[in-house]
Design a protein around this ligand. Structure first.
Ligand SMILES: NC(=O)c1ccc[n+]([C@@H]2O[C@H](COP(=O)([O-])OP(=O)(O)OC[C@H]3O[C@@H](n4cnc5c(N)ncnc54)[C@H](O)[C@@H]3O)[C@@H](O)[C@H]2O)c1
Length: 364
């Protein structure tokens, strides 16, 4: 869909991908309204968007929490009344990052367990219910127009997960379910409205910096933020470009970043084999990311059997390992088999292609 001349609404526009969506939409000639909980973030986004917006483009920011149903309803009324009763695009983007184990460390205290349970509630409130309330407030206005596009941000965690990422994953799987339900409902009842679910991989934004798990006991930002910035493949501006490119091409599913494309392939190639291996590897990762938790207190993961590893590799895991950690994977395989690098690469690519060809016939 061409966004020029249309009216858009973005939640969580005070930072990261939301901010860059506001800026790029305004630059493309689209009137934009957005909300956030941070007044400083709102002011900065308005300033940045107005600096590059096309002449005559309206940019309006409001301090609204996506968990506040009445606040969202009021803001939706305000947005359409200030835009001649128009609203065509909705970007339900606001969200927070969260960690939450389902199995606690052997030495976890009652307060630590209770604090993790509160984190679950907060994550669901913002990441799942915040999206639902946003849809309820803005969707009726979009359905009334002659065309519309609802773009909801899930994550790679909307189809794949890793250890101790349970609350965020459950909320983002829920967001994907909600979005795909809306997609099928629009086909039936409002075919003039398009729907897309966005699955970003790692994007360098404030999301990890602002999370509770990035703070150490003294409340200072821990190394995890720097580690995330190193592995995240895209800047927020690049991620917004990927999203708007998906909108321009009328996509219903928008993967953001090459890591997201890879995770998606991995999920199709070897969903359960991948989980087993990542679960086993995850124990060391947890101890490394959070040194306050002694490795011996993290409940021991079941070891993956040799047969399990072989099944994972046969199902395309080899291809995934080589692309995600090329040097380590290649050395390991060459040490084990004595094969040359080109032999390993060729074999892994053939296995992955055969598996992908077979799996793509039966899965979305
Ligand atoms: N950054 C990544 O690597 C990544 C990966 C996958 C998915 N995502 C998703 O992308 C979306 C945008 O995240 P980002 O990375 O740009 O993060 P960000 O922290 O830079 O921006 C999120 C914005 O949402 C706002 N927000 C938080 N809670 C809110 C609430 N209750 N009401 C209104 N606004 C609220 C924040 O103030 C912030 O301005 C989120 O839904 C996130 O889960 C991010």
């Amino acid at each position: 869909m061409k966004v020029e001349g249309l009216v858009a609404m973005v939640t969580g526009g005070g930072s990261g991908m939301g901010r860059d969506l506001v800026v790029q939409l305004a630059k493309a000639g689209c009137h934009v309204a957005f909300c956030d909980v941070s007044q400083a973030g709102i002011d900065e986004t308005v300033k940045l968007a107005q600096a590059t917006a096309r002449k005559g483009i309206r940019v309006m920011g409001g301090k609204v929490d996506v968990t506040d149903r009445e606040g969202l309803q009021r803001f939706a009324e305000e947005v359409v009344s200030k835009n001649n009763d128009k609203l065509h695009l909705l970007f339900a983007n606001a969200g927070i990052a969260s960690h939450g184990p389902l199995i606690h460390d052997a030495n976890a205290t009652a307060e630590q367990i209770a604090s993790k349970e509160r984190e679950w509630d907060r994550c669901f409130e913002i990441d799942f219910f915040g999206v639902l309330y946003t849809l309820r407030a803005f969707l009726p206005h979009i359905v009334r127009q002659d065309k519309g596009y609802v773009v909801v941000t899930s994550s790679v965690n909307g189809f794949w997960t890793w250890p101790e990422h349970s609350c965020y994953t459950a909320a983002k799987f829920g967001v994907r379910g909600l979005t795909e339900s809306l997609l099928v409902e629009t086909y039936a009842k409002a075919p003039h409205v398009q729907v897309a679910c966005v699955h970003p991989g790692g994007v360098r934004t404030n999301i990890v910096r602002n999370s509770t798990f990035a703070k150490n006991k003294e409340g200072k930002t821990s190394d995890i933020t720097g580690d995330f910035d190193k592995i995240a493949g895209l800047s927020s501006a690049e991620a917004a470009e990927w999203i708007l490119d998906g909108v321009a091409r009328d996509h219903t599913r928008i993967l953001v970043g090459y890591d997201a494309v890879l995770w998606d392939k991995m999920n199709r190639l070897s969903p359960h084999g991948g989980y087993k291996v990542f679960g086993a590897l995850g124990r060391e990762g947890i101890a490394q990311w959070d040194p306050t938790r002694a490795s011996e207190n993290i409940v021991q993961a079941k070891k993956v059997s040799l047969l399990g590893w072989l099944r994972f590799l046969k199902d395309g895991g080899l291809f995934f390992l080589i692309f995600s950690a090329p040097a380590t994977a290649m050395n390991l395989i060459r040490q084990l088999t004595g094969a040359s690098a080109s032999q390993v690469l060729t074999l892994s690519a053939i296995l992955a292609l055969v598996k992908l060809q077979r799996s793509s016939r039966s899965r979305i």
